[in-house]
Write a protein that binds this ligand. Structure first.
Ligand SMILES: [Zn+2]
Length: 165
């Protein structure tokens, strides 16, 4: 379970430029990283909405979708997300696709950062664009299917044994 990094939304209004800055140098236990996640996450209060920004990087160990070998990948995540602030829980917008938080509420920045990093992971995951997979392709002769040959023999034998009119 990732250690929470709580941000109390109303407290942003008392900060210079209404912005909280988190100098990130942390591990997120839910995400297997080789090096700590480093960078910066900021949260700015714009009265009707929050602006969250992340600019972080780390090295993750991924499993190749083709050859199933583990490999290290430099994961850089630069993203911005706007979260609408609702005065009361009753004034939630109709559109469920828009993320909304109560203006008096709080937000777990560690959890938000974890989600952003997961979204930034490559898909599909290949250790190399030319990865040959588990079974490297080798030239093989087209095998002759002997069942078909036997069937063809039987067919011609039947035709020969048919009584002629
Ligand atoms: Zn591979």
């Amino acid at each position: 379970m990732t250690e929470a990094h709580w941000l109390r939304i109303p407290e942003l209004l008392r900060l210079p430029a209404q912005t909280y800055e988190w100098r990130v140098d942390t591990d997120l236990p839910d995400l297997a990283t080789l090096t700590p996640i480093q960078g910066i996450v900021t949260a700015s209060h714009h009265h009707t909405y929050l602006e969250l920004r992340a600019d972080v990087q780390t090295i993750v160990t991924l499993c190749c979708d083709r050859c199933l070998q583990y490999y290290n990948y430099r994961l850089a995540c630069t993203t911005t997300e706007l979260i609408w602030l609702a005065e009361t829980s009753a004034s939630q917008p109709e559109d469920d696709l828009v993320e909304t938080l109560p203006a008096t509420g709080r937000l777990d920045l560690a959890d938000w950062l974890y989600q952003q990093l997961c979204l930034a992971l490559p898909y599909p995951k290949y250790c190399d664009p030319n990865c040959g997979g588990i079974h490297p392709p080798t030239p093989v002769e087209t095998p002759t299917d002997h069942r078909w040959a036997a069937l063809a023999q039987l067919q011609s034998a039947l035709e020969r044994s048919e009584p002629s009119p």
